[in-house]
Design a protein around this ligand. Structure first.
Ligand SMILES: Cc1cc2nc3c(=O)[nH]c(=O)nc-3n(C[C@H](O)[C@H](O)[C@H](O)COP(=O)(O)OP(=O)(O)OC[C@H]3O[C@@H](n4cnc5c(N)ncnc54)[C@H](O)[C@@H]3O)c2cc1C
Length: 384
């Protein structure tokens, strides 16, 4: 077994590490205060090709495999969780449906501008009455000749307000719902009847926009269906496939955030003096550092292994859910422990751990809560 990352990936990892230390870390306070990722940072992400890192080279992307993608998300997330979300919908939940199930024309039309970051794409599944139970969505898409007319509201949509394109899940057959009655559409900003509603004010992830999307008699042609006519009613399956990969990359991001929380704890433990010595010399503090490092290694190891398994073409639904469950919960413990090592200073905004602690919380919620990950794992165990 070879646990070394391939040479090209190691080079990319080093380049991103440098970018994180030189550009992203210093920008963290500005992102937090302005609740937006500055345009020069976005431009830097574009230049590194990150908006299309997992999109195949034939469409202008970098064509990284899942392991490569996980390594990049891990490094970027050391600096800032919201910067990751700025380009992750282009690689993941937003574009994957088009990549997996789109027609050749749709891939040609949509993927190149997504891959170079000229356009941002969001993914709209969640609704006021359909979160964990995604099959309960009510946004309707009713056929009218060669068009479909959409009505409904989507909520909590990452990049929803800035996206030029959105992958939207809607009900085309209310009798069948998730079993053949949900269809995926790709809809462009500016389409009459499609508008952005409320912008959420969040506990953390400042800089990552979360918006409501509204569809009122929004008329779109049949060729807006991802995969065309043949894919009518098959959108729920597309969405679940997309989420399988999202769970793995989110686990990688959790590992990166946890690594940063540990780095900050180690730094503080060396500097802070109490009872005449650095607190890092107290065994209770050493125990916390050792526990954090051990859990991070466990999380990172499972992410790399499952990413590799996926890249070999193996199904990883259960394993991806395990990674998301373990790594997001692990991040919660590590962020909490790191804050404890910082004492009162950890509670102050001037210390980065305060932000990481808040940013960490949502990883146990979005792209499927911890409870839903457990249900996915158990279902696979019982039915496998
Ligand atoms: C910052 C942010 C960004 C997001 N971005 C997007 C996006 O880009 N696109 C998108 O479509 N969605 C997005 N979401 C939505 C996200 O995926 C949902 O919030 C998530 O799936 C949970 O749904 P919910 O909030 O409705 O919680 P609920 O489903 O109402 O769950 C409430 C609680 O009940 C538990 N629960 C529910 N069902 C069960 C069950 N069967 N057994 C045990 N416990 C259960 C849950 O685990 C949770 O603890 C985002 C959310 C946030 C917070």
């Amino acid at each position: 077994m070879d646990f070394n990352l391939p040479e090209d990936l190691r080079l990319m990892q080093a380049a991103i590490k440098k970018y994180v230390d030189q550009v992203l870390e210093p920008a963290a306070v500005q992102i937090e205060e302005e609740d937006a990722v500055p345009e020069d940072v976005v431009e830097g992400l574009r230049e590194m090709g990150l908006f299309g890192m997992s999109i195949p080279e034939e469409y202008g992307g970098l064509g990284l495999d899942t392991l490569g993608e996980c390594v990049v998300y891990e490094e970027i997330s050391r600096a800032n969780a919201s910067v990751r979300t700025r380009f992750s919908t282009n690689n993941g939940i937003g574009s994957l449906g088009i990549l997996y199930d789109g027609t050749p024309d749709q891939r040609e039309q949509f993927l190149p501008p997504i891959a170079c970051g000229e356009k941002t794409i969001a993914f709209a599944l969640t609704e006021p009455d359909a979160g964990s139970d995604a099959s309960a969505i009510r946004t309707s898409a009713v056929r009218d000749g060669d068009d479909f007319i959409l009505n409904g509201r989507k909520m909590f949509i990452t990049n929803g307000a800035i996206a030029e394109l959105v992958t939207v899940l809607a009900v085309t057959d209310p009798q069948k719902k998730a079993r053949g009655g949900i269809t995926a559409f790709v809809i462009e900003k500016g389409t009459p009847g499609f508008s952005v509603g409320k912008l959420e004010k969040k506990m953390g992830l400042k800089g990552s926009g979360t918006a409501e999307l509204i569809f009122e008699d929004c008329r779109v042609p049949v060729n807006s269906i991802i995969g065309g006519e043949a894919m009518i009613g098959k959108g729920f399956r597309t969405a679940m496939r997309v989420l399988d990969k999202g769970r793995l990359t989110l686990a990688a991001a959790s590992v990166g955030m946890a690594r940063r929380a540990l780095e900050l704890a180690v730094l503080y433990a060396k500097q802070r003096v109490q009872f005449g010595k650095p607190i890092g010399e107290f065994q209770l503090i050493q125990g916390m550092l050792a526990q954090m490092a051990t859990e991070i290694l466990a999380g990172q190891s499972m992410v790399y292994r499952v990413a590799w398994q996926k890249d070999q073409g193996n199904p990883v639904r259960k394993e991806a859910a395990m990674c998301k469950l373990f790594c997001s919960e692990m991040l919660g413990r590590v962020a909490d422990t790191s804050l404890q090592v910082h004492g009162g200073m950890g509670y102050m905004k001037e210390y980065a751990i305060e932000r990481i602690y808040r940013d960490a919380r949502v990883t146990r919620i979005y792209e499927g809560t911890s409870e839903i990950q457990k249900l996915v794992i158990a279902r696979e165990l019982l039915n496998g």
